[in-house]
Design a protein around this ligand. Structure first.
Ligand code: GLV
Ligand code: MN
Ligand code: MN
Length: 427
């Protein structure tokens, strides 16, 4: 495979793309074959360093901004110049898969590299971005890098810290960022001509059908609430049932209430996937339990109502069981529509490659929904084998990975060729 496609059209280097993806998957590899590479972890820094090295070897420019985002371009990044941004994230959930995020970043870098190798004249910079801490696995502010880039984290409620209370500032500094300089990482909206993100679907729809490409029309909204239930640690053998303040029992009720919220149709899906218990001992009642309640809905008002319901339920469960309770919102990302004009260009790119595509929405959160707040945004999906993601089994057929990257390249070229990008992309 060479960067030159048939007919002289620019093409991706498929071998290079797959090799980089494979090599990247070594950073944070777990015994189960998954990847644990939270934002601002050592494995995260290694992944950043690997791709920066790859870019520099290819005579591209790479730099880290104050938020810890890694930016790749032909030359030093100048945020006052018009730029088309392509990106995703390199961080993962705990024991997650090798493609969630990494696929979009490696493909974005591939597009920047092909445009440079082919000396394609641009009147608009094309910048690939690895947004920092999209998942929020360690430091709970998910979408951290894209929120800073979009100017949404101008005033932090307090010094950001991880779930154990360790401050973000030193971890961010190790990654090349600077908490005191976050405004320098904001992209002024007038410079940004659009944002494109390529991602695995992470669900079963494309895998079950004939289409290889998904064109995203909307991304679901998401809220994460941290609920602390405070009881009293006590002896499991001697404390009478009616004298207990068992925080874990309260957590169990709240897990079920969360599930019911969705089962009753008040919210599209609602889950608890994280529970911390103290002292976490077989023969001691739990004095403290922390749950992270993850809520998703395509309608912002319904999402807000679901958040309120969780707070109410937590309050009444705590009152019934003699517990203290505290609820804090850790994440809120609004549902976002993808730009109709960009969708048309993605569809054109897929059709030109002979790839069947379908329009679909995203139940997972993405940096694209943050970027959609400041610029016309589009997302391309490829199938996830078995529809699974956030687990070590996450995978996509190589042919689909290459097809998606080609659609990204084609869509980028189409957007660059659009005569009046300043006014958006006419549908
Ligand atoms: C982001 O990865 C999400 O959980 O949707
Ligand atoms: Mn993810
Ligand atoms: Mn992702």
């Amino acid at each position: 495979m060479t960067p030159m496609g048939s007919g002289g059209e620019p093409d991706i280097d498929g071998e290079r793309l797959l090799r980089r993806l494979r090599e990247l998957s070594a950073f944070g590899r777990t015994a189960e074959g998954g990847i644990t590479r939270p934002g601002f972890s050592e494995a995260g820094r290694q992944a950043d360093a690997f791709l920066i090295d790859q870019a520099r070897r290819a005579n591209l420019h790479a730099e880290v901004d104050a938020a810890g985002n890694v930016l790749f371009g032909r030359a030093a990044i100048d945020r006052t110049r018009p730029a088309l941004l392509l990106g995703s994230h390199l961080d993962t959930v705990v024991n997650g898969g090798w493609l969630d995020g990494a696929y979009g970043v490696v493909s974005a870098l591939e597009v920047v590299q092909v445009l440079a190798e082919r000396h394609i004249d641009l009147d608009c910079d094309v910048v690939a971005i690895a947004f920092a801490n999209e998942e929020g696995a360690l430091f709970p502010q998910a979408f951290w890098g894209s929120m800073v880039a979009a100017g949404l984290l101008g005033s932090l409620p307090g010094p950001p810290a991880d779930h154990e209370g360790r401050p973000l500032a030193p971890a961010l500094a190790l990654a090349g960022g600077d908490l005191d300089a976050l405004p320098s990482a904001v992209w002024p909206p007038p410079s940004v001509r659009g944002y494109l993100e390529l991602h695995i679907e992470q669900g079963p729809i494309l895998d079950a059908g004939p289409e290889r490409i998904g064109i995203v029309d909307a991304i679901t909204g998401r809220a994460v609430l941290a609920v602390d239930l405070i009881g009293e640690a006590a002896h499991a053998g001697t404390t009478p049932l009616n004298a207990r303040a068992d925080a874990l029992l309260g957590a169990a009720h709240l897990v079920i209430a969360t599930r019911e919220l969705a089962a009753q149709g008040l919210c599209h899906v609602a889950s608890v996937g994280h529970l911390q218990v103290e002292p976490n001992s077989a023969n001691t009642l739990a004095g403290h339990a922390r749950l992270l309640v993850d809520l998703r809905d395509a309608d912002a008002a319904r999402l807000t109502k679901a958040e309120d319901t969780v707070r109410d339920q937590a309050g009444s469960i705590a009152a019934r069981l003699g517990l203290g309770v505290r609820c804090r919102r850790m994440v809120r990302s609004e549902p976002a529509a993808m730009d109709a004009g960009i969708r048309r260009h993605i569809a054109g790119s897929a059709a030109a490659l002979g790839l069947a595509a379908r329009v679909m929405s995203s139940g997972a959160g993405h940096d694209a929904q943050i970027m959609a707040g400041i610029t016309p945004t589009g997302m391309i999906f490829v199938p996830s084998i078995g529809g699974v993601s956030h687990v070590p089994q996450e995978d996509t057929a190589p042919a689909d990975l290459l097809a998606g990257a080609r659609v990204l390249l084609g869509a980028t070229l189409r957007l660059l060729a659009c005569p009046d990008r300043r006014n958006g992309y006419r549908p």
